[in-house]
Design a binder for this molecule. Structure first.
Ligand SMILES: [Ca+2]
Length: 338
């Protein structure tokens, strides 16, 4: 009897371990101030949006930001445990119309081709539900970043157009963007003919997170791959925006929320550090929006708060290795999300 009880206890302990949500590696972002918004002149080619003005100084407290965009596998843990119902439909590329709302969810193979691709086809509501669950499960203060925190962390001390500098002709070395791979993929799969930046980043749709160099704060894919939901809702411009790094959630324009960083389908213009995207609160899109965790420092300390689960790092390294091998073995041909 005692033996059976012990076995049951061990089994329950194992289940408890299995049920613990994955903790990803987090970068500690130092406190500081920066100029948020665009300093570029309006030159009429769409590279400067009035919504990115006026440039203003923001003081940001130290916080943590996930080094990687939230992955399909991380989001799957949440849905499996809670039974959470995500949006039932998602915007996808479509032959003829360009895009359409379809019965596609976040876990469809076409938009979730691998565990370590960023989750997409998730709305701001879905993203918020995930971070709230993770915070509740772990006792840590996980949340979505504010828009100011996002731009501060993405710039990582730079005031250039992109985190990598001002040059757009080298962006393919730093981001999964709307490049020749994307053009070929949407032509092949959807019959669409889209203008792209004439470079090759190795990926047609979303790709495994962390395939390109990190910015100076150790964050990967801050531009490209998927655009990232933040906590802020939409306003016409930055007039009246908080100057303390907090999220701006009052006086919203409708039910719209902000995305940042541009996606695999984003032109070089929307990959700029100042560029702002948006979507309805329940709008899910594979075109595509995902998200990245932020966290208040709180009383969490030690390497576990920054390094995350060793199993996550090991499995991600393996996925990245497979992706590198696939790219080199197939001349970089991409079989990612559609
Ligand atoms: Ca690409």
């Amino acid at each position: 009897m005692k033996q059976a009880f012990l076995s049951l206890s061990l089994a329950c302990a194992a289940l408890a371990v299995q049920a613990a949500p994955t903790l990803p590696p987090m970068a500690t972002i130092p406190a500081g101030s920066f100029t948020m918004g665009s300093l570029e002149p309006v030159i009429g080619d769409g590279s400067h949006n009035p919504r990115e003005t006026p440039p203003h100084t923001v003081q940001v407290k130290s916080f943590r930001m996930a080094r990687f965009e939230t992955t399909v596998a991380q989001f799957r843990e949440f849905v499996a445990v809670t039974g959470y119902r995500t949006e039932e439909q998602c915007w996808v590329f479509a032959r003829g119309d360009g895009i359409k709302l379809a019965d596609v969810k976040w876990d469809a193979p076409s938009v979730a081709p691998g565990d370590f691709h960023p989750v997409t086809c998730v709305s701001q509501r879905d993203a918020t539900a995930y971070v709230d669950w993770l915070a509740q499960q772990t006792g840590r203060r996980f949340r979505l970043p504010s828009e100011a925190e996002w731009e501060y962390a993405a710039r990582a001390g730079t005031s250039t157009k992109y985190p990598s500098g001002d040059a757009s002709d080298v962006l393919c070395a730093y981001a999964n963007m709307k490049d020749r791979r994307f053009r070929d993929a949407v032509k092949r799969d959807h019959g669409l003919d889209m203008p792209v930046t004439d470079c090759d980043d190795g990926a047609g749709y979303t790709t495994v997170v962390g395939m390109y160099p990190a910015n100076a704060f150790g964050l990967y894919d801050v531009i490209g791959n998927v655009a990232e939901w933040v906590a802020d809702c939409q306003h016409p411009d930055y007039a009246g925006a908080p100057a303390d790094g907090s999220a701006w959630t009052r006086g919203c324009e409708g039910e719209y929320f902000i995305t940042r960083g541009g996606a695999y389908s984003g032109s070089r213009l929307v990959l700029r550090s100042a560029a702002r995207g948006h979507g309805g609160r329940t709008n899910a899109s594979s075109l595509g929006e995902g998200f990245r965790l932020a966290e208040d420092l709180g009383d969490c300390s030690g390497s576990r708060c920054t390094e995350g689960d060793p199993a996550f790092a090991a499995a991600l390294a393996a996925a990245q290795g497979s992706e590198r091998a696939r790219r080199s073995g197939q001349g970089g041909a991409q079989s990612g999300a559609k």
